[in-house]
Design a protein around this ligand. Structure first.
Ligand code: UDP
Length: 143
């Protein structure tokens, strides 16, 4: 299997509930290694840029307001099939549809405050990691 990188956000709701460590534990249990991590409080421009592909969707304004409502944790993760492995433990976008034992089932309240983000493809992961981290900030851990 291929060693991949993916990008994760622990969103403002989960940070506010003090669930950073619990969610990091899910990554590590799934064999995903954190290779960069930081806390940031997004500006409106940063949130709009990150979610630009959704700019025409009706929920865009609410999404940007939520993502700027408090600090978030951003992570680059590395591991075998990391993009899909991370999406699997994340669960469906709407926590009501998320499989039991997934991050969104266990830590999210609603589709618009759904605890965490995970890249949906290798191409998205590359773009999203680069949106937040320079090459020098990444610490590869899988040989
Ligand atoms: N979102 C929302 N309302 C919706 C659909 C999506 O608030 O009806 C938000 C939600 O926070 C989601 C994000 O927009 O995580 C991006 O949506 P996407 O469809 O890409 O879902 P994801 O890849 O995050 O599961």
């Amino acid at each position: 299997m291929a060693i991949e990188r993916t990008f994760s956000i622990i969103k403002p709701d989960a940070v506010a509930k003090n669930n950073i460590g619990a969610i990091y534990n899910r990554f590590e249990t799934a064999g995903l290694k954190i290779i960069a991590s930081k806390m940031v409080h997004l500006s409106k421009e940063q949130a709009e840029g990150f979610y630009a592909e959704h700019s025409e969707r009706p929920f865009f304004g609410a999404l940007v307001a939520f993502m700027t409502s408090g600090p978030i944790m951003v992570q680059a993760l590395e591991g075998e099939n990391a993009v899909l492995a991370h999406r699997d433990i994340l669960g469906a976008t709407d926590p009501a549809d998320a499989a039991s034992g997934t991050i969104r089932a266990d830590f999210a309240e609603s589709i618009d405050e759904n605890a965490a983000h995970g890249s949906d493809s290798v191409a998205s992961a590359e773009r999203e990691v680069a949106y937040f981290f320079s090459t020098e900030e990444l610490c590869p851990r899988t040989r």
